[in-house]
Ligand binder design. Structure first.
Ligand code: FAD
Ligand code: SF4
Length: 505
């Protein structure tokens, strides 16, 4: 009796465990574009286009490799509209009575499959370096789950940048060399762009027709949709300076030296270990410095793996955490409403155009603002899940709820990632030309980040004043004269009132 092999939109890897455990001579692959998955949050049109186009290309690759693939397009008349619905329809069509699937990267879908009215075998997703069991074993008994220590385990496990038991270059982490402010000129002309082929063009027409009201622009669409298209440009051109300017932000350069590779890895076109090995090779050949190679490899085998570990360790309720009790609604400026705050206007505008912003824009512009302003982390989470091309819950939720919003109470971050305007000014060119003045702390035209920063610290004093890493901040606040502190708080509250009333800020 044949079995169905379900391949999801972020499982586009020929080495997928479900495919490895199946037999092309008798089992049948099911792939389905379904309404449920495209609309449970209002995904950016570019994200929907990437996933659907890459799914269609991957189905062709599977057919070429000898698989019988039953593929449902979104507009097909008999499309059941949900993953489980499509499985049942294909089971009836083929007579199959069992399903093989690699574990989805989201509790929501895992639950649907566990309760599906057809026998379903969920196999581990071994495209990651650490299994759930390994992460649990590492986490067990530790008071704090610091990424740095987990990362060292992953270096030892993979042997990447290792000389025996010791890290290459004598140090595990070269991060202090990776914080240079924005450069005047950027030598990298951005990620490689691909003209849409017939498959991509058909998907773009479909997405334009079905998802026009979603936030985000569809065209131009230049992303890779096949494995063959995805990697070399970054390693040869951007990687050498990746480390130096990792935290910098420039209004007119949306990618700086970033790889723009997360979507390709997250949907399975590229294997994370293979990407890291390419980077290690480039380092060994002398093509990139150690700070760039180590910095990049740390993001992938450190942060990426660690985020997944936390998501599965903490369980399905993790995305709903709200340790700081923040309740404010997400303001309309996150959906593109006009704002005078140039850093936010630029980051949200770029997100709308590209479905991409790099880490520091996500963390220290939109994330920082949401945290300072006390926005409901559930709404912030849904925004990030919707608007970024690389957003899948296992990686998006820990980054947003944990790292950026401190809503998990400090599992991921040892202190909240908050800053006043001074940090944004140091790391970007946004403040030049902003209607607000970054050097003004209060009064007409004072930068809202300056006001909200102190307001945040003040309102969460009980929780954070004892945090050793935040003592200096509280001492600075306490040294200000009382009248100034009152002015800051009153002006911050006035700003928040205007935000709540929907006024342009
Ligand atoms: C609030 C917030 C939400 C985020 N949401 C997502 C998300 O939905 N999906 C996602 O893949 N990343 C997310 N990140 C992490 C990071 O911002 C993106 O991985 C990165 O910006 C992708 O761009 P890039 O490929 O150019 O990365 P680069 O800067 O070139 O980094 C290289 C690679 O390292 C990995 N990486 C780097 N940082 C992280 C991290 N913190 N967590 C996981 N992987 C990391 C990615 O695979 C990335 O492609 C989020 C970060 C924040 C602060
Ligand atoms: S002045 Fe303040 S609001 Fe304006 S760009 Fe700088 S940090 Fe952002």
């Amino acid at each position: 009796m044949s079995r169905l092999v379900l391949v999801l939109g972020d499982q586009l890897s020929l080495s997928l465990s479900a495919l490895r455990h199946a037999d092309p001579a008798r089992d049948i692959v099911v792939m389905a574009e379904v309404a449920d998955e495209t609309t449970y949050v209002h995904h950016h049109p570019k994200k929907i286009a990437l996933v659907l186009a890459a799914m269609r290309q991957f189905a062709d690759a599977l057919r070429e490799a000898g698989w019988d693939v039953r593929y449902s397009q979104l507009d097909d008349t008999h499309n059941a509209g949900s993953i489980v619905g499509e499985l049942l329809r294909r089971a009836e069509e083929t007579g199959a009575s069992e399903v093989l699937v690699t574990e989805p990267g989201e509790w929501r879908l895992i639950t649907h499959l566990r309760h599906a009215p057809i026998k379903t075998h969920i196999l581990p997703d071994d495209r990651f370096i650490a299994s759930h069991q390994e992460f649990e074993a590492w986490a067990k008994g530790r008071k704090q789950l610091r990424m740095e220590y987990f990362y060292r385990e992953m270096r030892r496990k993979t042997g990447l940048l290792m000389e025996g038991d010791a890290p290459v270059g004598g140090k595990w982490n070269f991060d202090h060399e990776n914080r240079k402010p924005a450069p005047d000129a950027v030598a990298f002309d951005g990620p490689k762009r691909f003209a849409p082929d017939a498959v991509v063009a058909a998907v773009l027409a479909l997405v334009k027709r079905r998802f026009a009201p979603h936030f985000g622009t569809l065209h131009p669409f230049w992303f890779a949709t096949t494995r063959a298209q995805a990697l070399d440009h970054f390693v040869s051109k951007a990687l050498p300076l990746f480390g130096d300017y990792q935290d910098a932000m420039l209004s007119d350069n949306r990618f700086l030296y970033h790889s723009v590779i997360s979507s390709y890895i997250n949907i399975g076109l590229l294997d994370p270990l293979e990407v890291c090995q390419k980077v290690e090779n480039a380092y060994e050949k002398g093509a990139v410095p150690i700070n760039a190679a180590e910095g990049f490899i740390r993001q992938i085998i450190g942060w990426r793996e660690y985020m997944r570990g936390i998501y599965f360790l903490e369980g399905p309720e993790y995305p709903t955490r709200n340790a700081l009790g923040h309740k404010r609604d997400l303001p309309a400026l996150f959906w593109g409403a006009e704002t005078q705050m140039r850093c936010l206007a630029r980051t949200v505008g770029q997100t709308c155009d590209e479905a991409y912003a790099h880490h520091i824009q996500r963390l220290m512009i939109t994330g920082n603002f949401a945290l300072l302003a006390g926005i409901d982390p559930g709404q912030v989470h849904e925004w990030y899940l919707a608007v970024y091309m690389d957003a899948f819950e296992w990686v998006e939720a820990p980054n947003t709820v944990g790292m950026s919003q401190f809503a998990d109470g400090g599992i991921i971050a040892s202190k909240p990632y908050v800053s006043s305007g001074a940090y944004i000014n140091r790391m970007s060119d946004y403040c030049k030309g902003c209607a607000y003045s970054v050097s003004k702390k209060t009064g007409e035209g004072a930068c809202p980040f300056n006001l909200l920063y102190w307001h945040f610290l003040d309102r969460h004093r009980d929780r954070f004043s004892g945090n050793a890493r935040m003592g200096n901040m509280y001492r600075t606040w306490d040294r200000m004269d009382a009248e100034k502190r009152e002015t800051v708080i009153a002006e911050a509250e006035d700003f928040l009132r205007r935000l709540d009333a929907g006024a342009q800020v």
